[in-house]
Design a protein around this ligand. Sequence first.
Ligand SMILES: [Zn+2]
Ligand SMILES: [Zn+2]
Length: 320
Amino acid sequence: MSTSRKEFIRNSFLLAGAAGFNIPSPSELSEKRFPNAEGDRLVLLGTQGGPFIRSYTQTPSANLIVYKDIPFVIDTGYGTTFKLKEAGINLSTLKYIFITHLHSDHYLDLGPLLYNAWIAGLTEPINVYAPAGIRPLLNAYWESNRFDIDTRIKDEGRPDIRNLVIAYEITEGIQVAHPDFEISAIKNIHPPIDASYAFKFKLGKKIIVFSGDTAYHPALATFASGADYLIHEVMYSPAVDEIAKRRPNATKLIASIKSHHTSAEDVGRIAKAANVKTLILNHFVPPDDKSLNNQIWIDAVRSTFTGTIIVGKDLQQFNF
Ligand SMILES: [Zn+2]
Ligand SMILES: [Zn+2]
C-alpha cells in the first residue's frame, strides 16, 4: 500500500473518531430514548430554524405528541422520519399530521414519512391537516413515485397509499373534535405567506400550543392562554443584525427574517400575557451562530418572562 493511501485511511479514522466523540450516533440516542418512549408525552424532534442541513443533532422543524397512545406529528421538516424512529414510534401507527405552513423546513419530509408509514404496514388512513396547496403537493409526490407504488401494490399486495392519505386544507378554527382531544388553529403572521398557522392541542386537561413561524402576534397569547406548554419560535435580533456585517447585500434577507419571526423579548411577552406554565423555545433564528448558547437565549427571554424557559433540543421529551 502506498504511503499516501495509508495516510488517507488513517486520516479517515481520525475524522470518524473526532465526529463520534462530539456527536452521539443515532444508535446511542436510541438506547437513551427508547426506554422513555411511553405515556403521554411531548417530544421535540427538530428544533432548527430554516431548511439548511448542518447536523443530525439539530434538524428542521418537527414535533411529536403522544396522547393515549395516539401519535400526533406537528411539522415534518427534513429528518422527521428518522427522528420519529429515534423517539420509538412505529410509523404504521401514524394517524394525524399537522403542517403549520408550506415552507420546506416544515414539510420536506412529509412525502417520505407517509411513504415509510406505508412500507411499515399502514392499513388505517393518515389524516394530514395543512394549508391550501397540500393536495397538489401530495399528488405530485405520488406521481413522482408512481412506478414504485404501482409495482408494490401489484407485486406485494399492499393497499393503495394514495387512498390511505387524506388531506384537509385548514382554515382557522377547530380541525379535529374528538371526545378525548380537540385541535384548533389560528393564523399567525408570516408574510409573504398568508396561510400560516399556530396550533392548539387540548388533551384532557392539558393544553399544548405551537406558534409556527410568526412575527410578534399578541393574539397568540389569547390563543395560548393558560397553556401547559407553549412551543414558540424565537429570533435573537442582535445576531440577525450581525448577518449584515458578514454579508453586505443581506438587507433583503434580514428584512424578510424580521418580518416573520419573533424576537426573544417578544416571545417572553407572549408567554407572560398567556401565563403559560412552561415556555419551550424552538426554531432558532439565526440557526448557524455558534456564539448563541443556552444562557444567551434564556437571558433574552427572561427580560420579559419570569416563568419556566426551556431551550429546546432535538429528541428532548416532556412527560405530561
Ligand atoms: Zn421555518
Ligand atoms: Zn416559515
